[in-house]
Design a protein around this ligand. Structure first.
Ligand code: ZN
Ligand code: ZN
Ligand code: FE
Length: 790
């Protein structure tokens, strides 16, 4: 293939570079480096990584190795560089790029999909460039990757670009090592690449000079357009139009869940939200995720984008198609860009799928003919005082491998029930899938199964064992059950904790504070407000929130009023349910409902016990009259946090620390050898506060602070008891930034070292990662497992 002439006194080495090094312009980088340093030899992509045979003077080889490490292309993520002297004869005088070789299983990572780069943007905006306004412009530094790859090594014939033979000019760029598009697999231009088309809701293609211009015009007139993007379809509407937004909500059956928007640039976003430098960094990072930002009070945005929530999900355009759309003079200044699906199902990827599922929602379609092999949603992140928090890990981040401290066999972690992901692990790396969603839905479960098979194929990984949740009824547990492999069942909150531990390479025991919605405990009750002593293969439950009943089981999680009544019952007994004692809002509950729930709470019928922190939040939200029924997961807790935030003063963190240091408080008692944090203390405070006429926002803030204080005080006791000074924070409730900030701050002041999710979410998106680590290590140490094979 490519070669150049070099002469030298040779010293030969073989170098293996592992990590995300394919499809990121790595081989041309090596080629150019070799020619600069007069190095002869070869470079090739293998399933293990990039292999280089290099011969040169000793000094130049040293410089070469150093430069590989220090000057690697922006998208490359090197995990290791191994070099040894080479026995094979290395060609003299030339350096060549050899064709990829496929052997054994694959250690090489496919890069994630990356937003359009500055160089490509210049071409897109330059009327003299042949790619002017071309919606599929890309190069080795940007563009689709994971979403178009069928298998590896990552080469064009193994992607959905296979059907677009390159024109002469594109092919020239592709084969020129000095060109920015050298081996850019999705390389394309208006002459040879994918194209857009415009369709009515029946799917008929409408003859149009400029489909993107038509789209802009329709959006401006308040219509809903389904737009095919990078990892799936979006549904777009004008974000200023309350009518358009409510029409979208109605048709999509998504009454209140916040909708994300896309705006042309940072200046535009500044009109709508408060921006810190960290926010800007996240918005403009190569991943271009949706960033959760604090809304400004008066903006042109429709009021129904994120009702009762002070935050808004915002992203910048990340494909050339989005940029071309926003550059059109008719295009609204901000667009709602929500996943192209019916609520709860996976986003549509093919044009056929979009036609059959979205035609009842949208008015028109902007389609294109570049295939999406793998579905990837937009990622959701938030800048935190210490680092950024990932809420949904998908486009831009997946499938980057995550290093773990110990080696594990080839393992599959099946995840939980909601916010599902799965993980595939081998040796020191784990690949955690993109966010898949709620598996109870048939389409999502199919997406889940297909994705497991696809990623196994891509990584050439054959699991020797499988790991799932203790809960036997999760679809992920059913999936694990059906595989003929040794099976390990892992407690949900142990998995939460180990996910954070492994990410931070913590091998010694830690105290993990897990504040979560639901996870089946080892004693058959539902856990979710726990402090565990945790190591990588086992745990001990040291403390938890005292139990509340969940009248109606799963229904209690969607109807906070049930938790409101349960809380009153556990705090004040039967008396608490007398209509005269109910708060005004709960007083609206029908007599019939009240009688049924009262009976259930009294006899325990279908009212499982739970230490869930999520349900405690629901109870408080109900008692404050904030929300009695939810329409999306976490709604009551998010609204309670929003309310509380409005009443927190600037010194609340310091005040809380001071209060813990100076005041004694009895928040917990030892029950059966475990510290129980009394849940009824919070209920009493709320009811008293309401009776005294305190504003709900003040009560909401007090509740947050009281919860932080009591957890911190128990943690302090447990530190004394165990000598452990490292604390892990995880679980869905810690997405609440008051809790996360507060606990981090207070625990730091108690001289504890605090860790939380960094490159993985702290919600159930990380369960599969924790599972793979726990199960893999148990397998190695010969721990007992259930055998599925008989
Ligand atoms: Zn580019
Ligand atoms: Zn071309
Ligand atoms: Fe969880």
């Amino acid at each position: 293939m490519q070669s150049l002439n070099i002469k030298h006194n040779s010293n030969g080495v073989e170098i293996l570079v592992r990590g995300t090094v394919q499809g990121v312009g790595f081989r041309p980088f090596i080629y150019n480096l070799a020619s600069r340093l007069t190095i002869s030899g070869t470079v090739t992509n293998t399933s293990e990584g990039v292999v280089i045979f290099a011969a040169a003077t000793e000094n130049n080889l040293k410089l070469f190795l150093q430069a590989i490490k220090e000057q690697a292309p922006p998208l490359a993520k090197i995990t290791s560089i191994e070099s040894k002297s080479s026995n094979t004869s290395i060609p003299e005088q030339t350096f060549s790029i050899l064709p990829s070789v496929t052997t054994g299983f694959s250690e090489a990572a496919i890069p994630p999909d990356i937003s359009v780069c500055q160089d490509c943007m210049h071409e897109l905006e330059n009327p003299a460039d042949r790619r002017y306004q071309y919606p599929f412009t890309n190069c080795t530094n940007c563009g689709p990757r994971f979403s178009i790859v069928k298998t590896i090594p990552y080469d064009r014939p193994k992607t959905s670009m296979q059907v677009f033979p390159m024109c002469v000019q594109c092919s020239k760029e592709y084969h020129d090592p000095a060109n920015r598009r050298f081996h850019a697999q999705p390389n394309a231009c208006p002459d040879c690449g994918p194209t857009v088309s415009f369709h009515n809701r029946a799917g008929d293609r409408l003859e149009s000079q400029d489909p993107i211009a038509e789209t802009a015009l329709l959006l401006a007139s308040g219509k809903i357009v389904a737009i095919k993007g990078l990892g799936g379809y979006h549904l777009a509407v004008d974000a200023y139009s309350e009518d358009a937004v409510s029409q979208l909500r109605e048709r999509k059956q998504r009454p209140e869940k916040p909708l994300a928007i896309m705006a042309a640039d940072i200046c535009q976003i500044q009109e709508y939200c408060h921006l810190s430098t960290d926010d800007v960094k996240l918005l403009t990072s190569p991943e271009h995720p949706i960033v959760l930002l604090k809304k400004k009070a008066k903006t042109k945005l429709a009021h129904n984008l994120a009702p009762n929530i002070d935050e808004l999900g915002v992203m910048l355009p990340y494909t050339p198609l989005h940029h071309v759309l926003f550059q059109h003079p008719d295009c609204p200044e901000a667009l709602v860009m929500t996943s192209g699906n019916m609520s709860g199902t996976p986003i549509c990827t093919t044009n056929e799928e979009a036609l059959s599922r979205l035609s009842t929602i949208c008015d028109n379609f902007l389609m294109h003919n570049r295939g999406i092999v793998t579905r990837v949603d937009d990622s959701v992140v938030k800048a935190n005082s210490t680092n950024s928090l990932i809420f949904r890990r998908a486009r831009g981040y997946v499938p980057a491998p995550i290093e773990i401290p110990l080696s594990i066999p080839q393992s599959l972690g099946c995840g939980g029930g909601l916010k599902s992901t799965f993980s595939l692990g081998r040796r020191h790396t784990v690949c955690t899938s993109q966010h898949i969603g709620d598996l109870d839905n048939l389409e999502s479960f199919e997406f889940y199964q297909e994705s497991i098979e696809h990623l196994q194929r891509v990584l050439r990984l054959e699991p020797e064992l499988v790991v799932c949740d203790l809960h036997p009824d999760y679809m992920s547990s059913h999936y694990a059950d059906k595989l003929a492999l040794p099976l390990y069942r892992v407690q949900h909150h142990h998995a939460h904790a180990v996910a954070v531990m492994a990410e931070h390479a913590l091998e010694d025991p830690v105290l993990s504070i897990i504040l979560d919605g639901t996870g089946l405990g080892e004693d058959g009750t539902i856990w979710g407000g726990e402090i565990l002593r945790t190591d990588l293969t086992s745990f001990e439950r040291l403390s938890h929130l005292s139990h509340l009943q969940l009248p109606g089981g799963d229904l209690a999680a969607t109807q906070p009023w049930r938790m409101g009544l349960s809380a009153l019952f556990s705090t004040f007994g039967e008396e608490g349910l007398h209509t005269s004692n109910l708060t005004r809002e709960l007083g609206d509950i029908s007599k019939e409902n009240l009688t049924v729930i009262s009976a259930m709470l009294n006899n325990g019928f279908n009212s499982p016990l739970s230490s869930s922190c999520g349900r405690l939040f629901d109870a408080i939200a109900s008692l404050l009259g904030l929300r009695q029924v939810i329409s999306y997961e976490g709604q009551a807790a998010m609204e309670l946090e929003t309310l509380a935030r409005r009443k927190l003063n600037s010194s609340w963190l310091e005040d809380t620390v001071l209060n813990i240091k100076t005041n004694d408080a009895q928040f917990c008692s030892k029950v059966g050898g475990k510290w129980e944090i009394d849940s009824t203390q919070f209920i009493k405070m709320v009811v008293d506060g309401a009776k005294r006429g305190n504003p709900p926002a003040k009560i909401a803030a007090d509740f947050h602070i009281m919860l932080i204080e009591s957890i911190a005080r128990v943690t302090e006791k447990l530190t004394e008891q165990t000598g452990i000074k490292q604390v892990v924070l995880a679980g869905g409730c810690l997405q609440n930034s008051i809790l996360l900030e507060g606990l981090t701050h207070v625990l730091n002041h108690l001289n504890l070292k605090v860790f939380t999710g960094k490159s993985l979410p702290i919600n159930d998106g990380a369960i599969s990662f924790g599972q793979v680590v726990i199960g893999g290590l148990r397998h190695v140490s010969g721990n007992s497992h259930e055998s599925n094979s008989s």
